[in-house]
Design a protein around this ligand. Structure first.
Ligand code: OSB
Ligand code: MG
Length: 369
């Protein structure tokens, strides 16, 4: 394939509910949506970089710059046989995984369209449904959190992930656990703690949590190795796993029992499949994380989560949990068994709603060879 044109759309979508983490409280999400054209095929993709460099050093601004100045000129008009070829082409660009992933995803979709198969089938997925989970932001009052969890349980979500930070941790989780003794519950600390907080992390052992996600610093491996021997709750790494290499480091040093795979955090689907494979070889179970994606990025996550080592529920919820109106139509919905169905049509297998895109659009730039 040869990419001849890319439209870079900057959109802003209001969230149904504000989302608060250790980093900040978001009321809406800004996204770059790419529309990538070859001779006769078009693929949409999403760049998940956020406005602020909190979760990652990448931002919408840096991603846009890296895409415009380096990635687009590197790939436009070149013969790109497959995603591997794309990854080789941009491998000279250091870091900026989210920017790289946005075009990488489009190359996968174009490849799937060429072959007339779904993205899940192309990466070798082996299931038609993926188990959903919901990620719940920090709430002002614990009663609100308990009600919110109740509402998600009523909808059929099988696993709850609660964001924590110092001062909003043990007491909150204790209240949730007392209220819901049997639910599948986990916490995500978004690197809010250090080994100095061992006491707090140890207290969390009491609540039968599935795992604690990224308790320590965003780049850390070695302190997680230590922490693993000091707490019973399994450790899941998110922020620290920037690439397949860091999955290897974590596996060889025994830093975690579980990895949250976010394809955009590691540079796209191809490196994400590598992280999946490395994890499987090392008895590390994985699940698919999210970056509050629109239906476009969500379809990529759903495809990824069909691989066999995705053994825990993923942060892949229905569109309505994030948006009043998604930019795909129909939107993703939750099945009664707590799963999300894997699209079976060619490519992403979802229909992009251009009217919805227009409604959320802030700007559009067009790049040609
Ligand atoms: O740490 O997993 C995280 C959203 C943005 C940035 C980081 C994280 C998250 C989530 C949301 O937890 C997961 C989702 O998309 O539902
Ligand atoms: Mg996380």
């Amino acid at each position: 394939m040869k990419i001849e044109r890319i439209d870079l759309l900057y959109i802003k979508m209001p969230l149904v509910l504000p989302f608060e983490t250790n980093y900040c409280r978001d009321y809406d999400m800004e996204k770059l949506i790419l529309k990538v054209y070859t001779g006769d095929l078009i693929a949409y993709s999403e760049c998940v970089a956020e406005v602020t460099p909190t979760y990652s050093y990448e931002t919408i601004g840096t991603a846009r710059e890296i895409l415009k100045t380096f990635i687009f000129p590197t790939v436009m008009g070149k013969e790109i046989r497959d995603p591997e070829c794309y990854c080789d082409l941009v491998s000279w660009i250091r870091g900026h995984e989210m920017a790289k992933a946005s075009v990488e995803n489009a190359v996968w979709v174009l490849k799937a369209l060429e072959k007339g198969v779904s993205l899940a089938a192309l990466i070798g997925g082996d299931t038609d449904r993926v188990v959903s989970g919901v990620s719940i932001g920090i709430q002002d009052r614990v009663e609100e959190l308990i009600d919110l969890i109740g509402a998600y349980l009523d909808k059929g979500y099988p696993r709850m992930k609660v964001k924590i930070k110092p001062g909003k941790d043990v007491k909150i989780i204790e209240a949730v656990r007392n209220h819901y003794p049997d639910i599948a519950l986990m916490v995500d600390a978004n690197n809010a703690y250090s080994l100095k907080d061992l006491q707090v992390l140890r207290e969390l052992d009491r609540y039968n949590l599935l795992m604690v996600e990224q308790p320590l610093d965003y780049d850390d491996i070695v302190d997680h190795v230590k922490l693993r021997t000091l707490i019973k709750t399994p450790i899941c790494l998110d922020e620290s796993i920037h690439s397949p290499y860091f999955a290897r480091v974590a596996a060889e040093l025994n830093a975690c029992q579980i990895i949250n795979v976010k394809q955009a955090r590691v540079g796209g689907l191809k490196p994400a499949v590598e992280v999946h494979d490395i994890s499987r070889e090392n008895n590390i179970g994985v699940w698919c994380g999210g970056m509050m994606e629109t239906g476009i990025g969500r379809a990529v996550n759903v495809a990824l989560a069909t691989l066999p080592n995705f053994i825990y529920p993923s942060d892949i919820s229905a569109s309505e949990r994030y948006w009043d109106r998604d930019i795909i139509d129909p939107a993703f919905t939750l099945n009664s068994d707590g799963t999300i169905s894997v699209p079976t049509g060619p490519g992403l297998g979802v229909h992009v709603d251009e009217n919805a895109l227009d409604r959320y659009m802030i700007s559009r730039e067009v790049f040609r060879i």
